[in-house]
Design a protein around this ligand. Structure first.
Ligand code: G3P
Ligand code: MG
Length: 280
């Protein structure tokens, strides 16, 4: 079993979380708080998750912010703002930081109640008035509370400022003294090579969806990766055991079926879930 063969003491991010059976709050505790807000982060920590996962993007001027989608429509009130039609399709990178910070990033959660937790009365209070966080705010929280974070850099290929995103993220991590508390991941694997070239110390997780990269173990070694993050459809016990034997952690997403999550945790596979509060 994976949990029996993963080594200990490799340093960095994985020294701050359990050896196996990682419970990671996806975009924060997003079933009970608006995703990727400070409230979702605080809720993840309060409910006992071992760490949280969040998404990094850039504002028009290159500032690093926390947001999942490439447009602002789903998770802010931009559509209701005066003059909103002229800004359509509400791309994140087309707005400057001031414009982004003016938006309400929590009211949509109360209105849409995506998980039914608002109606049930189990969502946390305080969703109204949440802002899109800055990466530096999040990392300051990380440093202050020693609460580890899986930073996923979104694929920003194309927009202005893309070339420097990895460098900017690494600089921010260094400035906030959070190198040992961050696990960096991305679907855009060239970002991960860039990160490894910039730092021998940062922990890296390779994200995969749909299919495994060919020659997976050697592929992971090419990044000196600490972990592999496959979507849950790719999780097969035999392969995962082989990865553990080769020294890689495995954390799968987005595991919201609690029976499946418990099976994975028992087998030593970490889960990135919208419902961390049901697993701790
Ligand atoms: O990092 C795991 C997961 O967050 C990747 O997918 O779309 O939720 O960012 P997504
Ligand atoms: Mg993500």
């Amino acid at each position: 079993m994976l949990k029996d063969i993963i080594k200990t003491g490799e340093g960095g991010f994985f020294d701050h979380v359990p050896r196996t059976g990682l419970i990671c709050a996806h975009r924060g505790a997003r079933s009970i708080a608006p995703e990727n807000t400070m409230l979702a982060l605080k809720t993840a920590r309060n409910c006992g998750a071992h760490c949280w996962e969040t998404d990094v993007r850039q504002a028009r001027g290159g500032e690093l912010i926390i947001f999942h989608d490439d447009t602002l429509e789903r998770c802010t009130d931009i559509c209701a703002r005066p003059g909103a039609a002229a800004l359509k399709p509400w791309k994140v990178e087309s707005c400057n930081l001031e414009e982004l910070r003016r938006l309400d990033a929590g009211g949509w959660f109360l209105e849409n109640d995506p998980y039914g937790t608002v109606a049930e009365g189990v969502a946390v209070a305080g969703s109204d008035g949440q802002q899109i966080p800055l990466l530096c705010e999040v990392l300051e929280f990380t440093a202050k509370h020693r609460f580890p974070v899986n930073l996923e850099i979104k694929d920003l290929h194309g927009p202005e400022g893309d070339d420097g995103v990895v460098d900017a993220v690494l600089t921010m991590i260094q400035e906030t003294c959070t190198m040992d508390l961050v696990l960096l991941s991305s679907f855009r694997h060239e970002y991960l090579h860039r990160a490894r070239n910039l730092s021998q110390d940062i922990a890296i997780a390779v994200l995969a969806v749909g299919q495994h990269p060919p020659d997976l173990i050697n592929y992971l070694k090419s990044f000196a990766a600490a972990a592999y993050h496959p979507d849950q459809e790719l999780c097969d016990d035999v392969l995962m055991t082989a990865l553990g034997g080769a020294g890689f952690r495995v954390n799968s997403w987005t595991v919201n079926d609690m029976t499946r999550a418990q099976q994975m945790l028992s087998a030593g596979i970490g889960v990135i879930t919208d419902w961390p509060q049901r697993l701790v």
